[in-house]
Design a protein around this ligand. Sequence first.
Ligand SMILES: Cc1cc2nc3c(=O)[nH]c(=O)nc-3n(C[C@H](O)[C@H](O)[C@H](O)COP(=O)(O)OP(=O)(O)OC[C@H]3O[C@@H](n4cnc5c(N)ncnc54)[C@H](O)[C@@H]3O)c2cc1C
Ligand SMILES: NC(=O)c1ccc[n+]([C@@H]2O[C@H](COP(=O)([O-])OP(=O)(O)OC[C@H]3O[C@@H](n4cnc5c(N)ncnc54)[C@H](O)[C@@H]3O)[C@@H](O)[C@H]2O)c1
Ligand code: SF4
Ligand code: FES
Length: 807
Amino acid sequence: MKKLVLIGNGMAGIRTLEEIIKRDPSMYEITIFGKEPYPNYNRILLSKVLQGDSSVEDIVLNDYDWYEKHGITLRKGEEAVEVDTEQQIVYGNKGEAVKYDTLLFATGSNPFMLPIDGADKEGVIAFRDIQDCETMIESSKKYKKAAVIGGGLLGLEAARGLLNLDMEVDVVHLPNFLMERQLDEPAAKMLRQELESQGMNFLMEKQTVKLRGKDRVTGLLFKDGSSIEADLVVMAIGIRPNVQLAKEAGLEVDRAIVVDDYMRTSAPNVYAVGECVQHRDTVYGLVAPLYEQGKILAEYLTGDKKSLGKGYEGTLLYTQLKVSGVDVFSAGEFVDKPDTKAIRVHDEFEGIYKKVVVRDNKVIGSVLFGDTKDSPRLLDMMKKGQDISEMNKVAILPSEDHSAGAESPVVAMDASETICGCNGVCKGDVVTAIKEKELSSVGEVTAHTNAGRSCGGCKPLVSDLLEHTLGEAFSEADKKQPMCGCTDYSHEEVLEEIRSKKLTLVKEVMNVLEWKEPEGCSGCRPAINYYIGMAHPTESDDDMNSKFINERVHANIQNDGTFSVVPRMYGGVTNPEELRKIADVADKYKVKMVKVTGGQRLDLLGVNKEDLPSIWEDLGMPSGHAYGKSVRTVKTCVGQDFCRFGTQDSIQLGIDIEKRFQGLQTPHKVKMGVSACPRNCAESGIKDIGLVGLQGAWEMYVAGNGGIDLRQGDLLCTLETDEEVMEMISAYMQYYRETARYLERTSHWLERLGLEHVKSVVVEDKEQRAALAERMDTAIAQFNEPWQQIINDGKIKQDYFEANVTS
Ligand SMILES: Cc1cc2nc3c(=O)[nH]c(=O)nc-3n(C[C@H](O)[C@H](O)[C@H](O)COP(=O)(O)OP(=O)(O)OC[C@H]3O[C@@H](n4cnc5c(N)ncnc54)[C@H](O)[C@@H]3O)c2cc1C
Ligand SMILES: NC(=O)c1ccc[n+]([C@@H]2O[C@H](COP(=O)([O-])OP(=O)(O)OC[C@H]3O[C@@H](n4cnc5c(N)ncnc54)[C@H](O)[C@@H]3O)[C@@H](O)[C@H]2O)c1
Ligand code: SF4
Ligand code: FES
């Protein structure tokens, strides 16, 4: 097999690999150098993560299972630092040398940072990756005043996110109106008014000359002598192609890496795609052209080189701003010139502005504000170079029916009109997929056509098109959310089928329910496996191949590809013998760090995958399940034995609870705490289940969460004895196991079902409580200590711990 090396684990590079694999899955043995410590994620949706509409987990485009499935070696967190184009070798910063037959540069861009005094201070960042996003979220917890330099697309999306994080936001812009690269002055004015009404403050025509502060930034000084305070500064003033490595390798580089129409660089067998590329003098900064480049390159690499198809010819760009409540569209040449004429509509009552620029009877550009429904049609006219001399000019911008129930513009669209600009998908493609593959939800359309997989701006149109194509069937189909793109069945329906048809194997479920993807995906396989185990605890086996990587290897993968090991310490209590064993193991395996976790356990970080079974053997302790969708830790306070406020035995109760429920498979992780008085030293108020001692009884709090979605637990009931506590936890947790969707935390589950409903089942109905607790007994009886099992099973050891996959 030929060897392909990709430098850059980002959006353009991975899409190119997807296109290659789609055409010929066995053509290449693939290695990826990815500087960032993550799998490939949707950079575009960082704006949505910052705005609180998505989580980092939600924006992963290709999870680790995808790399494994395609035999791809991901050198995660590793930077390619040298390329020898003669010997065809790429060198990584960790000393690795990888030979290639085909090399692909997809190194993207770097954010441009103003080279001014103070730019290196703490609190001065760009907005380009997950790390930047997390820094902003963290900063907003401590600081209140943010300044964003740059009133372009990125700056405004960052500013909206910071407002959502409760910060005061000043946007500092150099020109006299916003988004001057995409908008004309009237549209920019309307945009500014709208954003001001949302709480943004603008400082226009301001040139920042210095960032003030000692170690951390405290303010900005402008050229005109004025200044503002800020304890977080985000620079969003454009990007520069990341070309240093290509330059050093001797490739022809101008503003970016120069490529021809087949994405070939100046060196043999070396190709480039993405923001690092210059094609016919143009460098792009949006995904649509990058995905087109990837497709062309995949066709070239997998096709017949003697009869080359049409190469890449460039892309007509359009942009939309991802800020809720603001509809903006801009494409092509929108600035008036002596040889252009424009059609304009400006409705100040409705807050709508539309401008279409025409040259030689052809639409060459457009700006729309407040109503962007005409955008697909205008884009189509621009792409086709349609002659409009015969058209009534007013018909180019027809007045819209804004009433509720008005027909969607998708109905009048031609089949060739683009529905999803990011992924180049037209109406005809979507309609064909809906009909031929019997799709019934937006998620399924995305899975089959890519429409909606990037910025997500086209999803309303896709939804309208589904409704229009399916008619009556759509509303029925849309009521339920399919588990994933592999099936039309919802989580609840899959579970119901597993129960009623007594299905006990993942493959069987997929066969019986006629899965559209025979192998399923990383979304449905773990969910089905969980439902089977929960519904038929005594008649089914855990299918390890249907679990996430952490659960397969019983350890947590870290950003450098090593693993962390957390032995179980019941109730957070340990002793000198255990500590000695842990210290010996840490020395023997050169563990990089031993860390006390938030759940009162010891975490051994930086362990190689192949060392895991021997570490567990040397430790001789049970697994702490720190990696699993299962009961994790029970944190305890010192309680009556040592604390002068404690009157109850929180430690013993915590140990008993942890011993009873250890390793229990749950829809998502479950954390618990036991505090012996309301001072709550074990943080019982923010645990999935928290107990607080009060006047000899235990108050039981449920559905607390100390993570991103901070939530205080609700008081479920008060219990007199430890036996009552055990029964109530059993019933409550079993009800969660039976009714929650896979990957639904207790906090979301309780909000969906309602506290009163859950109380009525587990607290008020004695019979139901007893029946749930009994089913919990059966589930608990199936527990096998996983580390011990692996130590005793040579085959598992070989299959899961000696395989040559770094992801
Ligand atoms: C917040 C935000 C919002 C955006 N919104 C939109 C939008 O709405 N619509 C749109 O079309 N576009 C949007 N974009 C732009 C879009 O994300 C980019 O155009 C796209 O990600 C570029 O893809 P790429 O693969 O060229 O680069 P990237 O996605 O940046 O990937 C390059 C990768 O290569 C890695 N790398 C670089 N050098 C090396 C090396 N030597 N060794 C190993 N790895 C290396 C980098 O760490 C990076 O992970 C947005 C960008 C941001 C930051
Ligand atoms: N919705 C989207 O399509 C979207 C969203 C975010 C990012 N992006 C892409 O990400 C990339 C980066 O976005 P961007 O907004 O940083 O780049 P940009 O080049 O589009 O805009 C930068 C803005 O900063 C202003 N500016 C430059 N120097 C300044 C200074 N010293 N002080 C104040 N203002 C200054 C410029 O006038 C310009 O308006 C672009 O390729 C963009 O297309 C796209
Ligand atoms: S929760 Fe109360 S009893 Fe427990 S350690 Fe804290 S103060 Fe002491
Ligand atoms: S237009 Fe961006 S995902 Fe469809």
